[in-house]
Unconditional design. Structure first.
Length: 82
């Protein structure tokens, strides 16, 4: 059970970061640098401003070794698949 989840939405894309799960590995910030950043404690956050393309965000979510990033499109969860 976790309550430390950041949720952000832009257009038809919604991203959730399960911050308690994040292990600061960082590849999300490489695949989608305009969307993800690390906070002062090295835990991923979703940035304000213009995000990367959906494809980049999707790749970033897939790159996370602990599946701490969930991606929704048009209200449907597209990653992880269940
Ligand atoms: S890839 Fe996953 S574990 Fe690494 S910083 Fe991003 S959310 Fe955290």
């Amino acid at each position: 059970m976790t309550d430390n989840i950041q949720i952000a939405k832009k257009g038809d894309i919604e991203i959730r970061i399960i911050r308690d799960t994040c292990i600061s590995a960082g590849p999300c910030t490489v695949y989608a640098p305009d969307t993800f950043d690390l906070d002062d404690e090295g835990i991923a956050i979703i940035k304000n401003g213009d995000w990367d393309s959906f494809e980049k965000i999707f790749e970033a979510a897939k790159s996370c070794p602990v599946m701490a990033i969930e991606v929704y499109k048009d209200g449907k969860k597209v990653y992880p698949e269940n």
